[in-house]
Design a protein around this ligand. Structure first.
Ligand SMILES: [Zn+2]
Ligand SMILES: [Zn+2]
Length: 267
């Protein structure tokens, strides 16, 4: 009898599989997102995918930006005011998938601060999407390796994981590019978003140091001997750009021949 009941249960599960809900709102699978398999269409539409962008920082280009004096643009190249004002160019350029709007902020905080790791594939989707659009066959560069923005040990103990490392690992596994830790966070900095823009621009000075590749990976000498070395630096979000630019400066200090590019979920 028990076996019969179990068999019926088994057949029912096969005939009526439990619908996999949207990871954000829990709604059933009907009308799943066009691009993001784990989200319903309604949730997916809350994200704004980049179309026209600044050629350097990858921010969405708006009409107001084109009207201002502090930018330069031709038919195929646009550079925003922030990028024109930048004097150090260790980071060649950066790309992101979506605009840093409220739905992305909510998604990132659920993932980073509430530790909802189920959301990792959704965030990794955005990285893979932007990677395929701009890097790889997208034209900018095919990186030799992927690295990521580290977190300070004290932050790691508090959050238990580094979001940039997890997302970089998922990206690397999907696009088939090795991922390695090349940076260490040596200065515990306060949350960037609580500061003014000026404070944010300098808070990260000397916050990172270069970490030679671990045994088993490529050696530091091998990295230095490569005639060309394209490194893709991953983080969750590009706001002022200070984090990516400072990390790129540190990478180039130890690997002067490297070209460093950025990739984030949102900008
Ligand atoms: Zn939804
Ligand atoms: Zn820009």
């Amino acid at each position: 009898m028990q076996t019969f009941k179990r068999l019926i249960k088994y057949l029912l599960v096969i005939a009526f599989p439990k619908p996999e809900g949207c990871l954000l709102c829990g709604m059933a699978a009907s009308g799943t997102g066009r691009r993001i398999a784990q989200l319903c269409l309604r949730c997916e539409q809350r994200f704004t995918f980049h179309t026209e962008i600044c050629s350097l920082c990858g921010r969405q280009w708006t009409e107001e930006m084109a009207d201002g004096d502090h930018c330069s643009f031709t038919d195929d190249e646009r550079v925003c005011g922030d990028c024109l004002r930048r004097t150090i160019h260790d980071l060649i350029l950066s790309r992101s998938a979506v605009v840093y709007n409220k739905p992305v902020k909510d998604l990132l905080s659920l993932y980073k601060f509430r530790g909802d790791r189920m959301l990792a594939p959704v965030l990794a989707f955005f990285l893979v999407y932007a990677y395929n659009k701009y890097y790889g066959s997208g034209g900018v560069a095919v990186p030799d390796l992927i690295t990521y923005i580290p977190v300070h040990q004290s932050r790691l103990e508090e959050r238990t994981f580094n979001q940039a490392e997890e997302l970089a690992a998922l990206l690397g596994a999907t696009v088939g590019i090795p991922v390695m830790a090349l940076l260490e966070k040596t200065k515990a900095t306060d949350k960037q978003s609580r500061k003014t823009r000026k404070d944010r621009l300098h808070a990260l000075d000397y916050a990172f140091c270069f970490k030679p590749p671990e045994p088993g990976h490529i050696t530091n000498d091998e990295l230095l001997q490569k005639p060309e070395l394209d490194i893709l630096l991953v983080d969750d979000v590009y706001t002022t750009g200070s984090t990516l630019h400072e990390a790129a400066r540190v990478l180039k200090h130890s690997l002067p021949h490297a070209s460093v590019y950025g990739l984030t979920v949102a900008r």
